[in-house]
Design a protein around this ligand. Structure first.
Ligand code: DX5
Ligand code: ZN
Length: 274
């Protein structure tokens, strides 16, 4: 499986963020994970729209940063993210090709103020649609205590599903291995969906062109509606040992903050996660 590494800038030296990002891109990062915290959804405050805008501009600048095309993976740990999606989308748009970037919201946080503290499935769906309407890949995340099954019908809309393997809020915490059943569940659903898609494609290819236009097309349209195509991301406590556990469970995007940024050899650290 193709494993993507997403260093979290939460553990970077913010006084030289551009150089820090360049350093991990040169060391082999596949995307840059940006942790946005509001002090409400999580008990910590980090960065917001202006920093994302500066970063996007720096990456796309003249001359562009090495790895200017590396996607930004914006992890919104904020209440009512739907209120801020447009601002983050504008920030990402600062000279970049938007379609490569991700905005990931917390399922628990969407529509939070209108839902008695807990986001609704419907609010999450609306939020993902809003992100996509801005030409940005959309993802959702669940905290360790949140079950994933209740969001099954959201999966066809997701480009990324992020399983938190620590309580969100801080870097440097211990990996929660008991989150791996969520990762396996996502992997099984994805593999099953791809198998069906493969079978349908095979059927269509095996039939005559005329037939394809009739029943084949209908079949594809019908089955395609529920097709899944998301990245499975884990975040929190990733190092060489826990990365192996997460990969074996089926994760293909690994976020790592302290492990990469505090390492003396970032290239080696990234390689050890694949
Ligand atoms: C935690 C953040 C993580 C954090 C990971 O709430 O979402 O992205 O930076 O840090 P490490 O890899 O140090 O656990
Ligand atoms: Zn994160």
């Amino acid at each position: 499986m193709d494993i993507k590494i997403a260093p979290s800038i939460l553990s970077a030296d913010f006084s030289k963020l551009k150089e820090e990002v360049a350093s991990v891109v040169e060391a082999g990062a596949n995307m840059i994970h940006v942790d946005v915290m509001d002090g409400h959804f999580v008990p910590n405050i980090t960065i917001g729209v202006p920093v994302v805008e500066s970063l996007a501009k720096a990456m796309a600048g003249d001359p562009p940063l090495v790895g200017a095309s590396v996607p930004l993976d914006v992890h919104l740990m904020i209440e009512n993210p739907e209120k801020y999606v447009e601002s983050f989308a504008d920030a990402l748009a600062s000279g970049r090709e938007l379609s490569q970037d991700y905005i990931v919201v917390h399922a628990e946080a969407c529509g939070a103020s209108g839902g008695g503290g807990l986001g609704s499935v419907q609010a999450l769906i609306q939020c993902l649609k809003l992100i996509k309407s801005r030409g940005i890949r959309a993802g959702f995340s669940v905290k360790p205590g949140t079950s994933l099954e209740q969001y099954e019908r959201v999966l066809p809309l997701a480009d990324m599903v992020l399983i938190m393997t620590v309580e969100p809020g801080f870097g440097g915490q211990k990996f929660m291995e008991d989150m791996m059943p969520k990762v396996k569940w996502l992997r099984e659903k994805l593999d099953a969906s791809r198998q069906v898609a493969g079978q349908v494609a095979g059927q269509v290819a095996g039939q005559g062109a005329g037939q394809v236009a009739g029943q084949g097309a209908g079949q594809v349209a019908g089955q395609g509606a529920g097709a899944l195509n998301y990245e499975i991301e884990v975040d929190g406590g990733i190092n060489a040992e826990t990365a192996k556990v997460a990969r074996e469970a089926g994760a293909n995007v690994l976020v790592a903050g302290s492990y990469i940024f505090k390492s003396g050899d970032r290239k080696k650290a990234i390689q050890s996660l694949r």
